[in-house]
Design a protein around this ligand. Structure first.
Ligand code: PLP
Length: 354
């Protein structure tokens, strides 16, 4: 099956009763039979639930993996990977990284994991930072918020014969533009809160594995025992959002390309960061932080808010949300280009730009 077909059908389990669209199974518990067994295959919703099974199935197929685990957020999905490592493991993470996961590594895994932040677009730097106890390379490409590109295939080759897992945060690219498992990665992580859900109304995360190996068994055990699972209702919303993912991404991509062309031609814009595909871009403005903040306060259609991947366009002054240790330029704005008419979006930015 091709991507558009997978997106629509793979996450829709037809259940007894014959409803064409899978209902939401809110029950936390499932009936046992005379022998005390579970004839439905379900026991308790933290362990498994029909809506979560459906979401995990479509995630597996979209990323061409063997299995998936769905979590209550992208950060919970990332945390499951870090928890599955032995204490003291060396982790190589990107210097330009989603700040929520960077802070998780710094705060929650302080003293547990030996984390090193490296320029993930520099192969030599990655190679140079490998240690005998390196167990994980975390890739995020395109990165947040500078939209830097990492060479997934080349990074995976660096550790091909080593006991090192490579996990790629594929939230920005989505399976429409990139399948990291096909490029050699062992695991893919998603904040389904973003493009997969697509409507800014359901928090969730996913991990997809290339192989059901011992590391994956540990991830599955962490999902069950730590319990950071996504609710049946959020599974339903996410599966529903995924159905239109391939078509939404075409619209985000087309709108972003036109917005980039407009921004590059505008005298008030210093620099535009865009990887050439997808709906995320960032740009720096002339006039420093003051001009940047003035701009986000003057748009009428772009909502000044964090997050990304919804149908509505968002704009955000990134440095002020990332905290005091951020290296993001003070005059940088990050844009999640939505699916509104592009003429209205350009018009909105044109009026707001000085
Ligand atoms: C939002 C985001 C996350 C974290 O996901 P949550 O669902 O907010 O926990 C991780 N990585 C990237 C690239 C993100 O944009």
């Amino acid at each position: 099956m091709e991507l558009e077909t997978i997106a629509i059908h793979a996450g829709n389990l037809i259940t007894p009763g014959g409803a064409a669209i899978q209902p939401i199974t809110l029950s936390t518990t499932f009936q046992r039979d005379a022998e005390g067994a579970y004839p439905s295959g379900y026991m308790y919703t933290r362990i498994s639930n029909p809506n979560r099974v459906a979401l995990e199935k479509v995630l597996t197929m979209l990323e061409k993996g063997e299995d998936a685990c769905a979590f209550s957020s992208g950060n919970a999905a990332g945390s499951a990977v870090f928890q599955a490592l032995e204490p003291g493991s060396h982790v190589i993470a990107p210097a330009d990284m989603y700040h929520g996961l960077r802070n998780q590594l710094k705060v929650v895994y302080k003293g547990v994991l030996d984390v090193e932040f490296v320029d993930m677009s520099d192969l030599k730097a990655i190679q140079g930072s490998l240690k005998p106890n390196t167990k994980l390379i975390w890739i995020e490409t395109p990165s947040n918020p500078l939209l830097l590109i990492s060479d997934i295939e080349a990074i995976c080759k660096l550790v091909k014969d080593k006991d090192v897992k490579v996990c790629c945060d594929n939230t920005f690219a989505t399976p429409v533009f990139q399948n990291p498992l096909e490029l050699g990665a062992d695991l893919v992580m998603h904040s389904t809160t973003k493009y997969l859900g697509g409507h800014s109304d359901a928090l969730g995360g996913g991990l997809i594995t290339k192989e059901k190996d011992a590391f994956w068994d540990k991830v599955r055990a962490i999902q069950e025992h730590s319990g950071a699972v996504i609710s049946p209702f959020d599974c339903y919303l996410t599966v529903r959002g995924i159905k239109t993912l391939p078509y939404r991404m075409k619209g985000h991509d087309a709108n972003a390309k036109q917005l980039v062309a407009f921004l590059r031609s505008h005298a008030g814009v210093e620099d535009v960061f865009y990887p050439g595909f997808g709906g995320m871009l960032s740009f720096t403005v002339k006039g420093g932080e003051t001009a940047a903040k003035q701009l986000v306060n003057s748009t009428k259609i772009f909502i000044q808010a964090t997050s990304l991947g919804g149908v509505e366009s968002l704009i955000e002054h990134r440095a002020s949300i990332e905290g005091p240790d951020t290296k993001t330029p003070r005059n940088l704005l990050r844009v999640s280009v939505g699916l509104e008419n592009i003429n209205d979006l350009i018009d909105d930015l044109e009026k707001a730009l000085i």
